[in-house]
Design a protein around this ligand. Structure first.
Ligand SMILES: C[S@@+](CC[C@H](N)C(=O)[O-])C[C@H]1O[C@@H](n2cnc3c(N)ncnc32)[C@H](O)[C@@H]1O
Length: 272
């Protein structure tokens, strides 16, 4: 089976506008969380343990506007019956949920707690160790179209919290992204492949199309490719394209020549 993987180098707010209505089956978005500090906090055992990325710094008003804009476009591009997954931490997830709750044709199906058993301790000793991220799973259910949920598959999920063969709980214990997945280069917030595997397997079938508007190091595209799904990734920062390119090309070796996936990189050119 031949799949297609497209990476568009541009601003998601612009690029999303050019994608057709109802054209993708699943959107996974790992947007800026607006948690970065202009001056990061360091300690003697590692360089910086707080985020300090320019793309993650907004004023409160700009951040709300940004979230409303990209979510609105993402929902337009999503098919009825399609799923929108958004990841976050306490910094942004309530705002994202608040925005989603305003749509009549959107249903929040679950919020998943991603528990990180090996999370870094809080060095200030003034707070609990932040060891979770949150994922909202919402579906667009206009036209009375119901969401896809591969329930039988989800019973195969196995971690420290879920028992294989039983109905899966909404707490997923997945360690931080392991070194072996970071071989292609450094991205400050690379997600573990296992997280994407669960999301894509739960809510899509083979040959469906998965879109990630903030694809970063390309985790979503790489996992979609492994799983026989088509993908579209958008990334604003050119410096991450090299990592994505490597991640998308490597497993090509394992695929049958006839069924080589098509991989396209393009720079977004605004029509205005
Ligand atoms: C939280 S990271 C995503 C990490 C990704 N899930 C991974 O596994 O590598 C967010 C990414 O979105 C990119 N970004 C930020 N604002 C953007 C925008 N407006 N349009 C497109 N990409 C953007 C950043 O450069 C960053 O790589």
């Amino acid at each position: 089976m031949k799949t297609t993987h497209k990476i568009i180098n541009g601003d998601a707010l612009e690029v999303l506008k050019t994608l057709p209505d109802g054209s993708v089956d699943l959107i996974f978005a790992d947007p800026p969380y607006n948690m970065s500090k202009k001056k990061g906090l360091g300690w003697k055992y590692s360089k910086h343990i707080t985020m300090q990325e320019d793309w993650d710094i907004f004023s409160k008003d700009d951040y709300f506007k940004f979230n409303k804009q990209w979510i609105n476009e993402a929902l337009r591009v999503l098919k009825h019956g399609g799923s929108l997954w958004i990841s976050g931490s306490f910094h942004n997830i309530y705002q994202v949920g608040f925005i989603l709750q305003h749509y009549n044709d959107v249903k929040i199906n679950n919020s998943i707690v991603w528990f990180k058993p090996n999370a870094q301790p809080n060095i200030t000793c003034r707070l609990f160790t932040e060891s979770t991220e949150h994922l909202i799973w919402a579906s667009k259910n206009g036209n009375k179209k119901k969401w896809k949920f591969n329930y039988e598959w989800t019973k195969s999920i196995e971690d420290q919290i879920n028992n294989k063969g039983k109905q899966t709980r909404n707490v997923w214990a997945i360690p931080l992204t392991p070194k072996k997945e970071k071989w292609a280069g450094v991205h400050p917030t690379q997600k573990p492949e296992e997280l994407l595997r669960r999301i894509i397997m739960s809510c899509t079938d083979k040959e469906d199309t998965v879109l990630d508007p903030f694809v970063g190091s390309g985790t979503t595209s790489a996992v979609a490719k492994e799983l026989g799904r088509n993908s579209i990734g958008i990334e604003k920062d050119k410096k991450y394209l090299k990592i994505i390119r490597k991640r998308l090309n490597t497993s090509q070796k394992t695929l049958d020549i006839i069924n080589q996936p098509e991989i396209m990189f393009e720079k977004f050119k605004s029509k205005t």
